[in-house]
Design a protein around this ligand. Structure first.
Ligand code: EPZ
Length: 421
């Protein structure tokens, strides 16, 4: 079992390039299945989720290689149209492959994605969209069996702006005859990025990144290159670290246009954030003050994925912060671990009240989920003394080489890979 040791309480200083967006590269890799051809996807982060997606592509019959931040996919040969249990369990967002496999093969069998640490993760909206496009969808003993001799463009009205359901609808619609309208679509930047890649495949997409997306299946191009947008949540994590621990850091390749709500919150905490092109400089000279109540919501609201890391900075602020988590049912699993580090937090359903304390102290803690684990890193950098974080598998899903990244920012961190006892 690997652990990450962090010796906190010191100001940060350094410079880091923001990795490519995990939540963009995953749907883009799924989209390479749509049409037989070759794709070169650049700025891919080296994450276990990315390697899980590559293993799914290989399982389907594609050639897929990850090398130095670039993934090359040759999807001319597709020999299977199923994703087995062991691959689905490695990454619950593998459901994003449903639309493209169905569009390419006319059928798709996926073992039902498990719930996850954030509470139940239904996919009813994904399945409803597939049915509207003409698929027959059955669930049989934990397997999802979808068949569609032909997909036909339809109107898909989403009751909630689900990111995954929007993406799966776009991906299936790319293989449908006629035009599909998706209303109340999620507007996250990663959806805009997926739309850009689909256009390079020859799919006629308009409005990706807005609440109404139209998709008309098109003749695919045999070759497409795409560079994935920066990861706004990884960038938020580093901003939160310097806000909590103090210091002066620079983030390169940040897309500040996608980070307005996040930058606003940290500025209210006292961080001096200056933007110069794709470089973002963040200086924190004093103890943070509360940002005001944080209510998470669909983009362009405050992103739920940044809630845990912001909470870690709020834990050392001079005053109280209220959080309202409106997106996921159970996204406070990091709270007991932050309390072990000395945080003063009370949770009541979707509300969490954080009373800032002057100092946190090092402790042994364990990551409960991806962003909860990132929150522990932020808190450990601000805490006095040594913190040991276990269950790094959660963190490795979304942050490449996290110990190296922290050291680039002047943090004292060491990853220790222990043979399982
Ligand atoms: C994506 O998850 C992201 N994951 C999540 O990031 C992110 O937190 C989430 O969007 C919200 O922004 C990826 O892109 C791989 P949703 P997704 O569908 O698509 C409910 C991270 O840490 N819902 O927008 O699963 C659902 O239960 C991860 O990087 C249904 O009810 O999120 C949730 O309450 C965590 N039925 C809400 O919608 C459905 O069919 C939003 O979920 C689908 C979703």
């Amino acid at each position: 079992m690997s652990v990450l040791k962090i010796w906190g309480g010191e100001r940060l200083s350094g410079r880091i390039a923001v990795q490519g967006a995990k939540n963009s590269v995953l749907p883009v890799l799924a989209a390479t299945v749509l049409e037989g051809g070759e794709s070169v996807i650049r700025n891919c982060p080296d994450l276990t989720d990315v390697h899980a997606a590559i293993d799914i592509l290989r399982h389907l019959g594609c050639e897929a290689e990850f090398e130095d931040g670039t993934v090359r996919v040759d999807s001319r040969k597709i020999t299977r149209c199923d994703i087995p249990d062991e691959l689905m369990r490695r990454m619950r967002s593998s459901v994003i492959f449903l639309g493209p496999i169905l569009a390419r093969c006319g059928e798709a069998t996926l073992s039902m994605p498990g719930g996850c640490e954030l509470g139940p993760r239904p996919i009813d909206l994904h399945l409803k969209a597939m049915r509207l496009l003409g698929a027959d969808v059955k669930e049989n003993g934990g397997d999802l069996i979808c068949k569609a001799a032909k997909l036909t463009g339809a109107r898909i009205d989403l009751p909630i702006p689900s990111v995954g359901a929007t993406e799966n609808s776009m991906l299936a619609a790319a293989g449908a005859e006629g035009v599909t309208f998706i209303t109340n679509a999620a507007r996250e930047p990663e959806i805009r990025d997926l739309g850009e890649y689909l256009k390079k495949l020859g799919v006629n997409v308009t409005g990706a990144g807005t609440s109404t997306v139209t998709v008309e299946g098109g003749t695919a191009r045999a070759y497409a290159e795409h560079t994935v947008i920066p990861d706004r949540i990884a960038a938020a994590t580093y901003i939160s670290a310097v806000t909590a621990a103090g210091g002066d850091i620079a983030l390169v390749n940040a897309d500040t246009g996608d980070m307005r709500a996040v930058i606003g919150a940290f500025r209210r905490m006292g961080a001096r954030i200056t933007e110069n092109g794709d470089e973002l400089r963040c200086v924190m000279e004093k103890r943070p003050v509360p940002p005001g109540t944080i209510i998470t919501g669909p983009y362009p609201g405050f992103p739920t994925d940044a809630q845990p890391v912001l909470m870690a900075a709020a834990a050392v602020a001079e005053g109280a912060t209220a959080f309202v988590e409106t997106v996921f049912q159970n996204r406070y699993r990091h709270v007991p671990e932050l309390i072990r580090l000395g945080a003063d937090i009370r949770v009541d359903g979707r509300v969490a009240i954080v009373e800032g304390t002057k100092k946190l102290h090092g402790a042994k803690v364990e990551a409960t989920d991806l962003r909860g684990g990132a929150a522990l890193i932020v808190a450990a950098l601000a805490a006095e003394g040594e913190t040991e974080i276990s269950r790094l598998c959660h963190i490795d899903r979304g942050y490449g080489k996290i110990a190296d990244s922290l050291m680039m920012l002047g943090g004292r961190a060491e990853r220790i890979d222990r043979k399982d006892k």
